[in-house]
Design a protein around this ligand. Structure first.
Ligand code: ASP
Ligand code: MG
Length: 404
């Protein structure tokens, strides 16, 4: 059997008939090169956002099960249109929804995880030399309910398929030509990386680089899937994501990212006793609130805890915390929605001193105040006011990549 290549196309690459035709051509050209092709597609353009708005017009707190029934429609439209485009050009293709492709997930509607994929049906089609087009972002749970994998989840569908089908390669086609040192739509002189390692890509994806779903990178690393992010518009080399990247040793950092979908909550005047953090975060965890950066400080009498969450969890979190004020025992609660997270990422910082100070210097020179700092082995994150975020990103990028 010819090698299998999984090709995933994002929403911007399939947003109109001309672009769908272009995608059909990319698929056919690789097919004619004696490859078996599994295409994975997202919903067209901003269809998913439009569907979400439709839901809220009807019900301000729709059930997650029905939300998934609705959102899965977006990808279902794209698979049929793309398959028709391929058929029109005289090639045999077949489309499958997530459930037809037997992508089995857990029941966590809205953020389900893939547990298993039954490959028989897909292999049957490939063996007939048919092109198979599969809806990204969706699956089915053990009870037959439709599930979705979380925003951006089509990447994860593609990589999961590449794993189970033992594909030679997984190619993620998008509207930029690869992974850049910073989002090229914000930082005009950012550079395309010829390669990046899985860990750095995972951090960049988690910290706001919209180019890949972070869970997809985690999976690609675990199963060592060869991954390339490339352009659906120009036929040029993209960025390879792989295990080791020796070239990167000379670079202090690999990229700069920005994430504006954050809100900060501070609990002021907690008693200086054990259990404050446990009480706070167990209440939030019970309601499935994902907490990101946590900072605690204390003096002789009191503790303060600050943490970040995504903006859409702010109201719910404040409600939970205020309801439990007497159990958690804080004096005051503050929140801030006007902050953005700017991060630098790179394995280079493990062995090079002075990376943090260089980042802070760039912000100081631009007179940008830092609200919070958090670091790990391969990333440094600061929170700055959203009005300064773009300026911060440009300054930091310039500081680290000027010499290129
Ligand atoms: N259509 C979904 C979204 O907009 C999934 C994806 O595009 O990967 O999040
Ligand atoms: Mg995406």
């Amino acid at each position: 059997m010819p090698d299998i290549i999984v090709k995933k196309f994002g929403g911007t690459s399939v947003s109109n008939p001309e672009k769908i035709e272009k995608v059909a051509n990319i698929i056919i050209s690789s097919y004619k090169n004696n490859k078996n092709i599994v295409g994975v597609v997202s919903a067209q353009g901003n269809t998913t956002d439009v569907l979400i708005d439709k839901a809220y017009e009807i019900n301000s707190s729709p059930s997650t099960r029905e939300m998934d029934v609705l959102l899965s429609c977006g990808e279902q439209i794209t698979i049929s249109l793309l398959t028709m485009a391929i058929e029109k050009k005289g090639y045999a293709a077949v489309s499958f929804t997530g459930w037809q492709a037997e992508i089995i997930t857990n029941s966590n509607f809205g953020n389900a995880r893939i547990q298993k994929i039954n490959t028989e049906k897909i292999y049957t089609e490939l063996n007939k030399r048919n092109i198979v087009i599969i809806a990204g972002f969706q699956g089915i749970n053990e009870f037959g309910d439709i599930t979705t994998l979380g925003r951006g989840g089509s990447d994860t569908t593609a990589i999961a398929l590449a794993c189970v089908l033992k594909a030679k390669k997984c190619e993620i086609y998008t509207d930029v030509s690869g992974v850049f040192t910073a989002d090229p739509k914000i930082v005009k002189n950012s550079k395309k990386l010829s390669s990046i390692n899985y860990d750095e890509m995972f951090e960049m994806a988690s910290l706001g680089a919209g180019v890949l779903h972070n869970r997809s990178v985690e999976m690609a690393k675990k199963y060592n899937v060869e991954l390339e992010v490339k352009s659906s518009i120009e036929n040029i080399e993209g960025t390879i994501i792989k295990n080791e990247d020796k070239n990167l040793e000379k670079m202090l950092i690999t990229g700069v990212t920005k994430d504006s979908d954050i809100a900060k909550i501070s609990l002021i005047g907690l008693e200086n006793k054990r259990g404050a953090a446990y009480k706070t975060f167990s209440k939030l965890a019970k309601e499935e609130i994902n907490v990101d950066i946590i900072i605690q400080n204390m003096n002789e009498n009191e503790k303060n805890i600050s943490f970040t969450i995504s903006k859409n969890n702010l109201e719910k979190s404040l409600k939970i915390l205020n309801k439990n004020k007497n159990i958690i025992k804080f004096k005051n609660i503050l929140c801030d929605k006007n902050l953005s997270k700017i991060s630098i990422v790179g394995t280079g910082m493990i062995s090079n001193p002075g990376v943090a100070s260089k980042m802070f210097e760039a912000l100081h020179e631009e007179k940008i105040n830092i609200h919070l700092i958090s670091t790990s082995e391969i990333k440094i994150t600061v929170l700055v006011e959203s009005k300064d975020a773009k300026k911060a990103m440009l300054a930091i990028h310039k500081k680290f990549f000027n010499e290129f």
